[in-house]
Design a protein. Structure first.
Length: 76
């Protein structure tokens, strides 16, 4: 049985948004996450390399279990 993809990121997770921007989640809010941008292959500029992204506008790439200090990768 296939598990459903994780929809809401947690602190430390790597996400992809706007099809070409990757970042690490620094804080999770009710409707969005604050992201530290690690890779930007677009023309968009972000002050301080941080931005806010709504939960509906990103995909979780790598899950980081902060308590166990383990990283899980999604190979989809």
């Amino acid at each position: 049985m296939m598990s459903k993809a994780k929809e809401i990121a947690e602190m430390g997770d790597y996400i992809l948004f706007k099809k070409a921007i990757k970042g690490i989640v620094e804080k999770v809010n009710e409707n969005s996450v604050i992201v530290n941008i690690t890779e930007n292959r677009t023309h968009f500029k972000f002050e301080g390399n941080r931005t806010v992204v709504a939960h509906k506008n990103y995909k979780v790439l790598v899950v980081h279990d902060v308590k166990a200090n383990v990283i899980y990768t999604s190979f989809k």
